[in-house]
Write a protein that binds this ligand. Structure first.
Ligand code: GDP
Ligand code: MG
Length: 177
């Protein structure tokens, strides 16, 4: 039997220091460390999932260095089919920046049907406190208002990423890993 193969480019964006690289490493390599080299340029990690009768290769694109400019080039966003925008729950400026990242993404990348790509908001470092996100209704409303398909609390430090997310047809599916 031939297995179906899918390759999906998924962006991980957000301000410097919010934990993008940590989340990717936790998800792909099951590791966590407090001192990564600050990656320079663009890096990507591959997560392979067996999804029913299909093999899904998630190519997780990490940015490094360019976060400080708060935007990326069209070339970087090109052909992505989903995105995670990450903020740090201990740093409200990183949450405010989320809107800017979403606008940058939507202004530079669109699906062929004219819709924006499926984007999920990640509230990272939830091991450090929940002041920003403990009002779930507010977060749900924020997602509606700004075109996120959902949000999740994450901690690259203490939690294995227990769920698997992937995007298809502009929808989010998740499944226990
Ligand atoms: P990036 O610049 O967005 O790629 O952020 P990094 O992944 O380099 O993380 C920045 C710092 O935050 C590092 O010192 C990480 O160890 C730390 N960090 C990342 N994720 C978490 C988390 O979930 N909880 C805590 N407490 N620290 C984290
Ligand atoms: Mg990084």
């Amino acid at each position: 039997i031939l297995r179906k193969e899918h390759l999906y480019k998924v962006l991980v964006i957000g301000d410097l220091g919010v934990g993008k690289t940590s989340i990717i490493r936790r998800y792909v390599h099951q590791t966590y460390s407090t001192n990564y080299r600050a990656t320079i340029g663009v890096d990507f990690a591959l997560k392979v999932l067996n999804w029913d009768s299909a093999t899904v290769r998630l190519q997780l694109w990490d940015i490094a260095g360019q976060e400080r400019f708060g935007n990326m080039t069209r070339v970087y966003y090109r052909e992505a089919m989903g995105a995670f925008i990450v903020f740090d729950v201990t740093r409200s400026t990183s949450f405010e920046a989320v809107i800017k990242w979403k606008e940058d993404l939507d202004s530079k990348l669109m699906l062929t049907n004219g819709q924006s790509i499926a984007t999920v908001l990640l509230a990272n470092k939830c091991d450090q406190g929940r002041e920003l996100t403990n009002n779930g209704i507010k977060m749900d409303q924020f997602c509606k208002d700004h075109g996120f398909i959902g949000w999740f609390e994450t901690s690259a430090k203490v939690r294995p990423v227990a769920k698997v997310f992937f995007f298809a047809n502009n929808s989010l599916y998740n499944k226990s890993n």
